[in-house]
Design a protein around this ligand. Structure first.
Ligand SMILES: Cc1cc2nc3c(=O)[nH]c(=O)nc-3n(C[C@H](O)[C@H](O)[C@H](O)COP(=O)(O)OP(=O)(O)OC[C@H]3O[C@@H](n4cnc5c(N)ncnc54)[C@H](O)[C@@H]3O)c2cc1C
Length: 479
């Protein structure tokens, strides 16, 4: 694999802060979750106010307890995060080739021919089996494929500022203040007194590029009652909501912001891009190394587009509610906020919200790769997490570290299934039955064929397990 980036250096700015539980679960599989957790801080509560007056305090510290090993939202600055990933890649012998720009590419039935430009102006043609366009909102890969990027741009101008500050809102919690047409939020960052401010700007007569932190400082101080000592980074930006018409064509794929962009509500953007990469990576490996049919790759678009479309619709609705200008919208927000906050005090609602925001709720039931149902778990669902699944206290995700197709049985596997798994070279893991497994939705003794990304491909009762596993292996696993 070759990874090229036109930038000379990694971006030094924090950008995405929120890392969701599902991303950390993928990192657990890759053995790098602890590095991320150690590099960030956990958000403990969200406070809502209108016009500087506090309306609600919602604790979110361990809201997803029992659902995942990472039951919180982690704040981990994107520049530190990217550095960590680049280091880990380096350890695996993959180096990001910098100052190397993709100029154009063509593809035929057997390969991709990409022309790249190096810093000194020299050009090189790279011949590759596939090209993954992770090249951001202005993606050259997307434009070369002439794939439309329909959607729109919100009218608000936003700013982001990473600052060193003091005051009651500098306490590691999230603070969101809504006014008539303004939105202001404070997020905790690693390091004493470091916070992220995100807000909307009344642009007035000033040009976008001339706006500085001084233009918003008064508003921040008034509403959040904080004193800013130093501004580490200030930037303005416009928010778009767009989803590419297709996520792949032939041997080329779109991932991350190249495929979907939306408002920063819920800290989903970067996490969704990482989810895209995980989804595509194991499928490419199966095709290139496992000899499975290339039709496997079509499921990338089906699985990830469905989620991206839903995400853009949801973030759009929440964002429009939070930022709609005018006194009627402001009145609705003021009235609805305490009611919404009361609802979020309900444990069941908080858990529903956590499943959604953490991306644990993403499923691929609609995919051609998903089959069957056992207990309440369907083919295409994320494998539910069981905290102490083995006698030595490991969770059931520990075995996903192999990044291989595998079969799980919660209870006892029938001998014929064990025998068939051996013949198919599919590792079989049996976990002694416990009540927590029923609560998580498992059916005792049923067989769950798990994909390398931790999603259930096939869920079958023990009676039909062998037969259906055989059929699945023949159809999809080249075995
Ligand atoms: C202020 C802010 C806050 C955010 N907060 C969150 C958050 O809390 N949680 C979250 O999940 N998301 C958040 N996001 C969104 C997140 O930052 C993006 O979704 C994420 O950076 C997208 O990653 P990407 O790799 O797809 O694209 P990018 O980060 O845009 O990276 C694209 C890369 O491709 C390279 N490139 C582009 N064109 C070429 C070319 N022709 N040849 C070679 N290289 C090329 C670029 O140099 C760049 O390195 C936030 C964004 C902003 C701006």
């Amino acid at each position: 694999v070759r990874i090229i980036d036109e930038n000379r250096d990694a971006a030094p700015y924090s950008r995405a802060l929120g890392v969701q539980a599902r991303t950390l679960e993928y990192y657990q599989q890759a053995g790098i979750a602890q590095r991320a957790v150690d590099g960030g801080i956990q958000s403990t509560a969200v406070n809502f106010s209108t016009g500087g007056k506090r309306r609600a305090h919602v604790p979110i510290g361990v809201v997803g307890e029992g659902l995942t090993r990472y039951p919180y939202v982690l704040d981990y600055a994107q520049n530190d995060h990217e550095r960590m990933l680049i280091d880990e890649l380096h350890a695996l012998g993959v180096h990001v080739e910098r100052s190397t720009e993709l100029a154009s590419f063509e593809q035929d039935a057997s390969a991709v021919h990409a022309t790249v430009k190096h810093a000194g102006g020299s050009a090189e043609t790279i011949v590759a089996a596939y090209i993954a366009g992770c090249d951001g909102a202005r993606s050259v890969v997307r434009e070369t494929l002439k794939i439309g990027f329909p959607g729109g741009t919100y009218t608000h101008l936003f700013y982001v500022a990473d600052v060193l500050a003091t005051g009651s809102a500098v306490n590691g919690e999230v603070h969101v203040d809504l006014e008539e047409s303004d939105l202001l939020a404070v997020f905790g960052m690693r390091g004493d007194g470091h916070v992220r401010l995100v807000g909307t700007i009344q642009q007035g007569a000033r040009k976008e590029n001339d706006i500085t932190f001084n233009d918003v400082a008064h508003d921040v101080i008034r509403r959040m009652k904080i004193t800013v000592r130093k501004v580490d980074w200030f930037s303005t930006y416009r928010v778009h909501h767009r989803v590419a018409e297709r996520f792949s064509e032939g041997r080329a794929f779109l991932l991350g912001d190249a495929a979907h962009i939306h408002s920063p509500v819920g800290a989903q953007g970067m996490n969704t891009g990482i989810g895209d990469a995980i989804n595509l990576a194991w499928k490419l490996a199966d095709v290139l190394k496992g000899g499975v049919q290339t039709s496997r790759l079509h499921t990338y678009s089906v699985e990830r587009m469905a989620f991206a479309r839903r995400l853009v619709r949801t973030t759009d609705a929440v964002f429009t509610f939070a930022s709609n200008p005018g006194p009627v919208a402001a009145f609705a927000r003021k009235r609805l906020m305490p009611i919404a906050a009361n609802v979020t005090r309900l444990r069941s609602f908080r858990r529903f919200l956590f499943r959604t925001v953490s991306q644990l709720g993403i499923h691929y039931r609609m995919s051609a790769l998903s089959r069957g149902r056992a207990g309440s778990i369907h083919g295409g669902d994320r494998l539910p997490w069981i905290e102490r699944a083995t006698s030595d206290g490991h969770d059931n995700f520990a075995v996903l570290a192999s990044l291989r197709w595998q079969v799980h049985v919660y209870g006892r596997a029938i001998p014929q299934l064990a025998q068939r798994c051996t013949e198919l070279t599919l590792p079989l893991y049996e976990f002694a039955w416990s009540p927590s497994m029923r609560r998580a939705g498992f059916q005792r003794d049923a067989a769950y064929l798990v994909r390398p990304d931790g999603y259930v491909a096939l869920a079958v009762s023990s009676k039909h397990g062998v037969e259906l596993l055989n059929a699945y292996a023949m159809e999809f696993l080249n075995r």
